[in-house]
Design a protein. Structure first.
Length: 210
């Protein structure tokens, strides 16, 4: 993964996990209104759970994982980011890959959040398009230019889930897909090549100190 992509994706996840939410009420559809409340509640929960100086790196990663599993559609995203190669993978490869994808996301981004300073989330509007709600917002930080963020949220099986985050016009899942598909292609079109790369990265991240 190149340096630009690492920084981009780290910023995307930082904004969903470590925020103080200041949110205005909106008159929107039920899906849009519910998605907005979901993002607000997630930010508040993350602040309480993760912004503590007295938790160990292991406990921090555990809490981070719990928030990710509960708020992101990691299985759906994991399938989408490898495109047509999902259909080509065997059943056992699919199971192993999704497990590695989850571990990769948690290991990569939980490590980056420790010590991250607080920011303020400002909701600017929420719209509905087909089966998704798009929560338009910005991250305000003292002394820095606001960061424009759009959260794409879906409601399925009685739950709201984040399926993409778009920062300054750049989609997290599109970026991840480009990188993963490139690795697979360079591995002769085999998902096993990507899994080896993910496993290697996970081992590195979990074996080094935070």
């Amino acid at each position: 993964m190149n340096t630009f992509s690492c920084r981009l994706i780290a910023t995307l996840f930082i904004t969903v996990i470590l925020l103080n939410a200041g949110v205005a009420r909106l008159h929107a559809s039920e899906l849009a209104s519910g998605a907005e409340k979901f993002i607000t509640a997630l930010a508040a929960k993350a602040e309480i759970s993760l912004l503590s100086d007295d938790i160990s790196p292991t406990e921090h990663q555990k809490r981070f994982r719990d928030l990710m599993i509960g708020s992101f559609d990691l299985n759906g995203v994991g399938k989408w980011v490898i495109g047509r190669y999902w259909r080509r993978a065997s059943k056992s490869e699919r199971v192993k890959y999704l497990s590695l994808f989850e571990k990769f996301v948690v290991a990569t981004y939980s490590k980056r959040f420790r010590g991250y300073t607080k920011a303020k989330l400002q909701i600017n509007g929420t719209t509905k398009e087909k089966k998704s709600a798009y929560v338009d917002s910005q991250i305000n930080r003292e002394g820095s230019k606001p960061i424009k963020i759009i959260w794409r949220v879906k409601f399925s099986n009685g739950k709201y889930k984040i399926v993409d985050i778009i920062i300054e016009g750049v989609s997290w899942i599109q970026t991840q897909r480009s990188e993963f598909v490139s690795v697979i292609r360079n591995s002769g079109g085999k998902v096993s090549g990507l899994m080896k790369a993910l496993n290697k990265k996970i081992i590195y991240l979990t074996s080094t100190k935070s």
